[in-house]
Unconditional design. Structure first.
Length: 217
């Protein structure tokens, strides 16, 4: 199944998880990391879920799903092992126009979670359309080896640099060229090697070049 990839903004959005076994428990940290409000509905829960609930980081309703439980939710993930429950969750979510994923039941998903690599603001998402999540996880591990904390450091620096670049390089075309030349240079390698001073020197030298070209024009 071909899907259209997006990055969802879940800050302060309610995400309802139906079931509380191992697979649901694995979803909780990632949802909290992006600021979602997490509600778990299940009569028994994995120790990870219980710990988050005890720490008041999530809400846990220790009972079975009931119709109406999805009201106000932005996204729903279900994994209960009970297809009759899944059928009810799918029907309610469809009626509400909500995002819903019944894990391992592809016909009852209108989105598929990707396997994710994060370094600061860098997000690399790998999806298989639900066909082979294990392949996505394997590829994620390979990407994790190639994208280290230097990418997070670069993006943090780049975010602070953007208004400076906008002020000193007046045209969009020149600003785009500046960023591409910086990224295509050894700048990230310098960060990987811990050479922050050389990295900053390279940035300021390249910025000065484009600034002088703009003045001459």
């Amino acid at each position: 199944m071909k899907t259209y990839p997006v990055n969802l903004v879940l800050e302060d959005q309610l995400v309802v998880l139906i079931g509380a076994g191992h697979e649901i428990a694995r979803k909780v940290p990632g949802l909290l990391e992006v600021g979602a409000r997490v509600r778990v509905i299940a009569p028994a829960a994995h120790k990870v879920v219980r710990r988050y609930a005890d720490d008041a980081k999530i809400e846990w309703l220790d009972r079975r799903y009931e119709p109406g439980d999805l009201t106000g939710a932005f996204m729903i993930i279900a994994a209960t092992g009970d297809q009759s429950v899944h059928d009810q969750v799918w029907a309610e979510a469809q009626a509400n126009g909500q995002l819903v994923n019944v894990m391992d039941v592809i016909p009852q998903c209108n989105f598929h979670a990707a396997s994710v690599v994060r370094q600061g603001q860098l997000t690399i998402a790998i999806g298989t359309g639900g066909a082979a999540p294990a392949l996505a996880a394997t590829l994620r591990r390979r990407f994790e080896k190639g994208f280290g904390p230097e990418y997070a450091e670069f993006l943090e620096y780049a975010q602070a640099l953007r208004p400076v670049v906008a002020e000193r390089i007046p045209t969009f075309q020149d600003r785009a060229e500046f960023w591409y030349k910086l990224i295509d240079s050894n700048a990230i390698t310098l960060l990987r090697n811990g050479d922050r001073a050389l990295f900053e020197a390279k940035v300021h030298l390249l910025l000065a070049v484009y600034e002088s070209e703009a003045v001459e024009a």
